[in-house]
Design a binder for this molecule. Structure first.
Ligand SMILES: Cc1cc2nc3c(=O)[nH]c(=O)nc-3n(C[C@H](O)[C@H](O)[C@H](O)COP(=O)(O)O)c2cc1C
Length: 216
């Protein structure tokens, strides 16, 4: 079994992006390919998992890293399988419609800010929503959200967008709470505890196993 990981936007290597102007689509909302160079899709890759994340003070980033680790571990645990999984992890500002279209499953991970998903995560959905609409139907998705004391607002917003894309929710959203409520605590760098890491790894592993087993 081969597990290939590609990443952009802070966790690992970066990828540069070009933007092509289309007079019929001035805002670029329907673009499916904005990245120069070789396409990410590899015909020999049976399955592709896309993790898209945003984080302001580090917690959601660590959650996304744990999702990735869990997916990789589950894939390795299934080594006897002849399946092949590519895990593609991208910061929200770097994720494109093309990345969505070429993935068979999704993990979206972001913090709650002001009772909503964070702005950068929302911008990713705004930018990619119509380009992917009707083209992702039935693919599995799971959400991982962190809040100071809540997280439900971000979770509901993201779930509603996924419903619009007709994605199939694999499990209930994972909401972790940092406890940050004062301005100082909210601004401080976060460390994800081992319980949170475990929960995220389990979620990443669940999605990887789901894709590798080809569960309908
Ligand atoms: C501008 C701002 C607004 C926030 N609003 C909320 C909120 O509405 N509900 C909540 O539970 N946490 C809120 N928080 C706290 C963050 O969600 C929490 O600290 C989270 O762990 C941050 O994740 P991150 O480290 O990935 O950025 C807010 C934080 C910031 C910076």
């Amino acid at each position: 079994m081969r597990v290939r990981m590609r990443s952009a936007g802070g966790i690992s290597t970066g990828v540069s992006h070009g933007v092509t102007a289309d007079p019929s689509d001035p805002a670029g909302l329907l673009q499916t390919e904005r990245r120069p160079g070789p396409p990410l899709h590899r015909p020999d890759a049976a399955m592709r998992l896309l993790i898209v994340w945003h984080s302001r003070t580090g917690m959601a980033r660590q959650m996304a890293e744990a999702l990735l680790r869990g997916a990789v571990r589950a894939t390795q645990d299934m080594e006897a399988s002849e399946n092949d999984l590519v895990v593609d992890i991208r910061r929200a500002q770097d994720a494109q419609v093309h990345d969505l279209l070429s993935a068979q499953g999704f993990l979206f991970c972001a913090p709650e800010n002001l009772a909503s998903m964070s702005g950068e995560m929302k911008e990713f959905f705004d930018r990619c929503y119509y380009g992917a609409l009707g083209r992702l139907n039935g693919r599995p998705v799971a959400l991982a959200i962190c809040g100071g004391s809540d997280g439900e607002g971000a979770s509901k917003q993201m779930a509603r967008i996924c419903q619009g894309w007709r994605l199939k929710s694999l499990t209930a959203p994972l909401i972790l709470r940092s406890g940050a409520q004062t301005p100082e605590a909210v601004a401080a760098a976060k460390t994800l505890d081992s319980i949170g890491v475990g929960k995220c790894m389990d979620l990443g592993g669940l999605m990887a196993a789901h894709l590798l087993l080809g569960v309908p």
